[in-house]
Design a binder for this molecule. Sequence first.
Ligand code: GN1
Ligand code: MG
Length: 365
Amino acid sequence: MDNIFAVAGQFTLQGKVIDVREFGSGNINNTFLVTLDSKGEKHFVLQRINTQVFRRPELVMRNMRITTGHLLRRLERNPVSEGRRWEIPRLLLAEDGRDHWIGSDGSFWRAISFIEGAQSFDTIKDIDHAREVGYALGMFHTLLSDLPPDRLADTLEGFHITPRYLRHYDEVLAKYRPAKSPEVDYCRQFVGERSGWAHVLENAREQGRLFLRPIHGDPKVNNIMMDIASGQAIGIVDLDTVKPGLVHYDIGDCLRSGCNPLGEETGEWETVRFDLDLCRAILQGYLSVARDFLTENDFSYLYDSIRLIAFELGLRFFTDYLEGDVYFKVRWPEQNLARALVQFRLAGSIESQETAIRTIIREIR
Ligand code: GN1
Ligand code: MG
């Protein structure tokens, strides 16, 4: 780990690096927690950006600067309600004054402030946690609702555009001809039966029923920071995928992650289900802060967005499995297939509870 200490040192303007260890469970970038021997801040988060995925990392940094700057200004004008805190991850500068550092091998590194006294979870613990997760996403959307989306670069072309993932899936199927197995057959059938519907959000956007706004892109449960003392949500981290998009991608992603009590890495895919109580609580928390900017049309596509993002993530994992794990990091050979099965099962559970989910949406709007 000599080298990683040297990289961390690039961002250490005060004190000395005493520890660097792997941190979090991201599927794309490599993340480390750096501990300092310093009178000031004791930790920061160091990340190596996956430049195979984020082809223009400097634009990711620019989006992050614009977003965090906007969030800070908004919070100065409209502070969060009393007794709450809301933290925004800060970019740390390298010795040369830039917000990233490029290694001799071309690796792209950046450092972000660490939020002390907070933790995140891979799954939701209880109803209060669920409401707070929804609140956090609602806060994020509300604070960014007056940032014109075209100020943000599109750093990941095609991200959450389900028809593009389907096209890519067809290409991969034609090229790799997967061996037959019950799991692979289940996934293929699951995708095949839904390919006609998967355009639902993009069609609505083309018809002008839904429109682009700044989105987080990845508001899953473990990107929501929870205050250890109060149990309240205090911020959203992982701002790499902030870009113009439909808020539906975010709402769908938050719900597919939050309402799956077994979590997206469970080995028990056959018992995966979508939990309605958690769904109600997340949406209530979201609407407690974000109701005002949602339109009639936004509400009419909420159910589809929940179903679609679970389906889409399953499709992304399955395609990556077929393609040989070129996108999502894996720790074992069939991991992306296992992840796909979880998401497809979840999407199936969403479908079988459509009436109940639509009722929840109607009741709380
Ligand atoms: C990836 O790397 P991570 O864990 O922050 C992915 C998300 C998926 C998520 C599933 C840029 O996020 O879209 O929902 O895995 N990020 C990207 O866990 O593709
Ligand atoms: Mg992410």
